[in-house]
Structure formats: C-alpha cells, structure tokens
Design a binder for this molecule. Structure first.
Ligand SMILES: [Zn+2]
Length: 272
C-alpha cells in the first residue's frame, strides 16, 4: 500500500500522515532502572506506554533536523522490521551511527502510540544499542499477511482476491468541506456544496484474513479505464434514447483490464 496520493493534503480519507509529530523525549515517562528487566518483544507485540527491548533490522533511515524549545537538533528516523511487522522509529542517540539493513538490539526503547493506534519506537539518548551479526536475514523480513496486520502500517504489498465490491462504490458525492460521502445532505450539515468523486470500496482476501480496501479516484479510474469526467458524463447524460426501432434500452459495454498491482491509500483489517 503506497500512500502517495494528493488525497493526503485534501484530507479526504482517514490516512496516516507521512510526517507526524514525534513525541518530545522530555515528555516521555522516565526510564525504569537497569535492574528492572525489559520485556523482549517482537514488533507485532509492542506494548504502548512502556520501555521494551526489541531486535530489528533497519529498513530505511534518514537524518532530519527537529526544532524544539532548546533549538535545532538532529534525529535519526526510519523504519524497523522483523519477521512479524514493521514500525517507524526515531532515534535521539545521534552519536550512535545506525546503518541501513543492519540488525540491532535496542535495550529499553519507548513505545509511543499515535491516535490511530499505530506505534513508534523511540530510541532515547539513554537507550543501549547493540549491533547483531545476523546470518539469515529472513528472520528480519516481514512477509505481510492480512491476519498479521494488527496496527496501521505504511507501504506494504498484499496479494489476494477481491471477494466483495460494496454497493457504496462508484460515483459518489463528497461534501466540499468535510469530505464526507453524502446522499441528500452532508451528514455533518456543512452546507458547503459537494463535488463528484470516484471510489471503489471492496474486500481483499489473502487466505489469512480479509481487509477492507478502498480504491480512490486515480486507481479506480485506471481500473475502469474512464476518467472522472467521462464517468460523470455517462451517469448524467440522458439515459433513455428512443431510437426509431423502438428499442428503449441502451447498453454500453467496456472491457476492464486489471493492472498488475494497485496502490491502496487506506485499508482496514477486519478478520472474517
Ligand atoms: Zn460536510
């Protein structure tokens, strides 16, 4: 699932922003003393609000500048992965160099939970970090299956069959203000008018579980091979043409070519 659409900026869907505010390390609970053992957890097991130990591979890493009350400072941020899941992380231990595709054990990293239940592993200035020599990297590669997605996650590839297309798919009217789908009036009573949008709401099943999958305008029009204005034209043009032969039905047929892969902006897990 690749969240690259401009739908982010328009705020149409409940999506995970790519850049989000990291918690200020000074606002985190104090680290327990080293005499207290940390739970050693996999990335799918992380428990929000505590310091844990985790061993994971760095999939992606970047250095960025952060501004806080004390001025500018550098942090590392990126994505960690093990065989069970992947999660974003931020490291305030800037003097400890991290390398992409290397595996580290993080002793005592804080698990921060965002409002949407996604988590962030916070490596503080006091987190002990130990590089691990790994012979078999497969232990640190997650092959996503729907059943294993317990929290929101970015950029994953899923393969499955579409078992259902929900009836609220197709051309929909969207409130100009709050972007809700509306039928007669906006459910939030905005009164700001509406615009046409295209979406396909469906379920994807991969053998382990099923997931609600929403194909947004660009992807849906690629699959239907018609752009939004062509579809609006089809939907609004006079449907009943009475030709001279008296045949009152007009049917149009189009062939759909399903692309090899589709990018999904939002998907929600829900086991069947
Ligand atoms: Zn509205």
């Amino acid at each position: 699932m690749s969240p690259k659409s401009s739908d982010y900026s328009r705020g149409i869907l409940r999506t995970i922003p790519q850049e989000r505010e990291y918690p200020d390390p000074r606002s985190l609970p104090a680290q327990p003393s080293w005499q207290q053992p940390r739970l050693q957890l996999t990335l799918s097991e992380l428990i929000p609000g505590i310091y844990v130990a985790a061993t994971a591979r760095i999939v992606y890493l970047k250095t960025s500048e952060r501004h806080d009350a004390l001025g500018n400072k550098l942090v590392f941020s990126g994505v960690l992965e093990d065989s069970t899941f992947k999660v974003p992380f931020v490291s305030h231990r800037i003097l400890y160099p991290l390398l992409r595709n290397s595996v580290y054990k993080f002793y005592s990293a804080y698990v921060h939970e965002f409002e949407d239940n996604s988590v962030l592993l916070v490596v503080t200035e006091h987190t002990k970090i130990e590089p691990k020599n790994i012979e078999d990297y497969r232990e640190f590669v997650w092959t996503p299956k729907i059943e294993s997605i317990k929290r929101p996650v970015h950029h994953i590839a899923l393969q499955g069959v579409i078992t259902t297309i929900h009836s609220n798919s197709g051309l929909v009217k969207r409130c100009n203000k709050c972007k809700s789908i509306l039928y007669d009036t906006c459910p939030n009573n905005c009164n700001d008018g509406w615009g046409w949008d295209l979406r396909v709401s469906s379920r994807l099943y991969d053998g382990s579980g099923s997931i609600k999958m929403v194909l947004t305008k660009d992807i849906a029009s690629r699959i239907l091979q018609k752009n939004l204005s062509e579809l609006i034209l089809l939907a609004t043009q006079t449907k009943l043409v009475i030709p001279s032969n008296g045949n009152q039905f007009q049917t149009s047929l189009c062939t759909i070519r399903i692309p090899d892969s589709i990018e999904v902006i939002e998907a929600v897990t829900d086991n069947i």
